[in-house]
Design a protein around this ligand. Structure first.
Ligand code: URA
Length: 262
């Protein structure tokens, strides 16, 4: 990767404002490079060698960023969208322009999303060949038959003929839809109070609506879905939907190992 880049892009990537705000600011003399005021936004700098000052403070180059976000329902896993807020919009406060979500969750799915600008790591975590586990908590309506776990472990064929890699099912418990969920409209009131089952399902790939389609193939319907981990990275339970934080050094080190072995 080249170390040379435009001054305005450098400042935007480091969260100092939008490209246009920065261009304006540079022209007005808010930036300095190696001790000299620099009024050309397109001035090329060496981001590792040159000293850049913005509003009197030195700006260190942070090449790679990693955040975990508790994606709420109703937010899309994309960098931009015409109708909905995106996961990147939720990190607006970082003012970092080059973040993207690693993988996608459906509009109505909640839970762990990693946002980074590290394309290599993203590729590794998502590639089915790397066997990185993605674990989900789901509530499922309809009868989940006894052989569901075995069928999932054998590798299911979805209703359209797509074959998916083996997954792992853990059944947590059965119960009627909870009053809370009915109020939140997460599930329809089933005639006769049809059972819902709570499960963990771990898969290693991310085909379109994969988990919902896996349960459809088993004759059930997912009424609530939340991703709780990806490789060694576990959703921080102290985050509320819509909140995020930087990964710790340990989390990052663990995640980088996730795609390496096997
Ligand atoms: N599987 C789904 O069906 N939806 C998701 O959002 C993630 C996995």
């Amino acid at each position: 990767m080249g170390k040379m880049m435009r001054l305005d892009k450098f400042l935007a990537d480091m969260g100092k404002g939008s490209r246009s705000q920065i261009r304006e600011g540079v022209k007005r003399g808010r930036a300095a490079v190696n001790g000299q005021t620099e009024k050309r936004p397109d001035r090329r700098i060496d981001r590792e060698q040159d000293q850049v000052i913005w509003d009197g403070e030195q700006v260190e180059y942070r090449q790679q960023e990693y955040f975990m976000l508790f994606k709420p329902q109703g937010v899309v896993s994309a960098t931009e969208d015409k109708r909905y807020r995106t996961v990147v919009d939720l990190l607006e406060g970082e003012n970092r322009r080059d973040l993207f979500p690693v993988g996608r969750l459906d509009l109505d799915t909640e839970g762990l999303i990693l946002l980074t600008n590290d394309g290599e790591l993203a590729h590794r975590l998502l590639s089915p060949k790397k066997h990185v586990d993605k674990k989900y908590y789901a509530r499922v309506a309809g009868a989940l038959l006894e052989d569901a776990g075995m069928r999932i472990e054998a590798g299911l064929t979805l209703e359209d003929g797509t074959e998916v890699l083996p997954g792992r099912l853990e059944i947590l418990g059965k119960g009627l839809p909870k009053e809370r969920d009915i109020q939140e409209n997460r599930t329809e009131k089933q005639p006769g109070g049809q059972e819902e089952t709570e499960v963990f399902l771990t898969i290693q790939e991310g085909k379109f609506h994969q988990i919902k389609r896996m349960f459809e193939a088993l004759g059930c319907r997912v009424t609530y879905l939340k991703r709780i981990s990806m490789g060694s990275l576990i959703l921080d339970e102290s985050l509320r939907p819509g909140e995020y934080r930087r990964l710790t050094e340990e989390e990052l080190a663990g995640l980088k190992e996730s795609g390496e072995i096997k």
